[in-house]
Design a protein around this ligand. Sequence first.
Ligand code: NAP
Length: 326
Amino acid sequence: MHKVKAKPKVLLTRKLHDFAIKEIQKKYRLEIHSGKIPMPKNLLQRKIADAVGLVCFPYDRIDRDVFDAARNLRVISTYSVGYDHIDLQAAKERKIAIGYTPDVLTDATADLTVALMLDVMRRVTEGDRLIRAGRWRTIFGAHDYVGVDLCGKTLGILGMGRIGRAVAKRVKPFGMNVIYHSRTPLSKSAEKRNGAKYVSMSRLVAESDVLSVHVPYSHQTHHLINKVTFAKMKSSSFLINTARGKIVNEYDLLTALKSKRIAGAALDVFECEPIGVKNNLTKMQNIVLAPHIGSSTEETRAKMAQLTVLNLVRGLEGKKMVYSVV
Ligand code: NAP
């Protein structure tokens, strides 16, 4: 009697859509972590030991220790466009392919960026907090709860990639002027198409009425926005961050908000997530806080799941992934 060969194992650090799970199970033995999020490192190291594939999320730290423990790993497929949580050098050394999910989440994240911009500039959530706290007393006073117009203001985009360009496109109908700074400037024709003008980092910071962050997180972008940046920004300006928390020095931001060095901020991402009520940012009125929901729409999350599985399966079959990092 010959033994039936067991299917190779794929580790999922958290449950995904049912259709995605079923697709993986066609060819692989799936182990889904259902406990503490993120998966504790020692557990991840233990569970990854015999896995050929890993599906992970942006909060999972896939560092060198994890790679060392992964003796059979061939593919990592992350359910995100950001891949700053994965040690790319360690992956390269081991010839482990990394799949990720760009494009499908661009529109959703750009939408949220504009929503946050409108919210903080027109003080929508601030008003909501006021009403719920029973503090709405006067109506329609000339100076009551006044925000600022978007029309005529300058939006400065830091990182003119997929999401940066999608944000530029969205604010044009609001009558905003768009400038940007990015590692690689767009071609003149692309600048024209996107209605945006390249400027130096110092001009971007000094001239923006709204500074919106869209660079990936890396050693180069760690705390790129800090007290020096805030010192150069207009006191009437706003900071929006839907990229990654650690690009902004949160302590310096808090100081800038307290001292009214800038007018306000709206954040979808934080240095350490999730934040709780002990975080002093929650004590400020001139800030809007969102729980990392940039890509969080039914449609987009389903597309991300589809792409994550496709990348995984193709990678494990030795085929070209739809989107791969290394
Ligand atoms: P992308 O297309 O790669 O765009 C990033 C842009 O930033 C590129 O133009 C890149 O320049 C530029 N850049 C990189 N490093 C830079 C630096 N040091 N200084 C100046 N510019 C720099 O990425 P994307 O799809 O727009 O996504 C951007 C980021 O948004 C992701 O990395 C992710 O962290 C974040 N995100 C967050 C959410 C959320 O839920 N809040 C959702 C989606 C994405 P090059 O053209 O030279 O590469």
